[in-house]
Design a protein around this ligand. Structure first.
Ligand SMILES: [Cu+2]
Length: 156
């Protein structure tokens, strides 16, 4: 497909081919600046949901920092923001949204590993640029709380 577009339109405009083939990870994809955009990742980066109910800690990520990949793998520790107790049995969903282009990517329902540990894998952030990942946490018998991690990703 790519090759055909290039062949057909090479004489007209190389830009057409670049746009038509600019999928994630393509060598022709633009590399945006990530300077001062989004959160600076570190193992243990923690946010409290907007309603102040739960804390969401990204205890580790692979790759780290989060990168342009189909298979970002995040371990979360979710705790009660008041008591610090692990939140068990919650529904945890990661909802990615690519800010730069105005589109989403598949939501991921976390696997619970016990003692407040939840695993988000695979999380697709397969384009260079700024992504907001909304963490939606619904404790058992509770209401959904949200917080947003924002990472600007680049190729690994
Ligand atoms: Cu995009």
């Amino acid at each position: 497909m790519c090759a055909r577009v290039k062949t057909a339109f090479a004489a007209v405009s190389l830009a057409v081919a670049v746009v038509g083939c600019g999928g994630g990870g393509s060598p022709t994809e633009e590399i945006p600046s990530c300077e001062n955009r989004g959160d600076m990742y570190f193992a243990g980066i923690t946010k409290t949901t907007t309603d102040g109910i739960v804390s969401v800690d990204i205890t580790s990520a692979e790759p780290a920092p989060p990168a342009n990949s189909y298979t970002n793998d995040w371990n979360l520790l979710i705790t009660d923001a008041t008591t610090g107790a692990p939140v068990e049995g919650a529904l945890v969903i990661a909802a990615p949204y690519m800010v730069d282009h105005g589109h989403g990517a598949p939501n991921v329902i976390a696997d619970e590993a016990g003692a407040g540990v939840y695993v988000i894998n695979p999380l697709s952030l397969k384009m260079n640029g700024l992504w907001d990942v909304t963490m939606k946490v619904t404790p058992q018998g509770g209401v959904e709380s949200r917080t947003v991690f924002s990472f600007c990703v680049l190729p690994i």
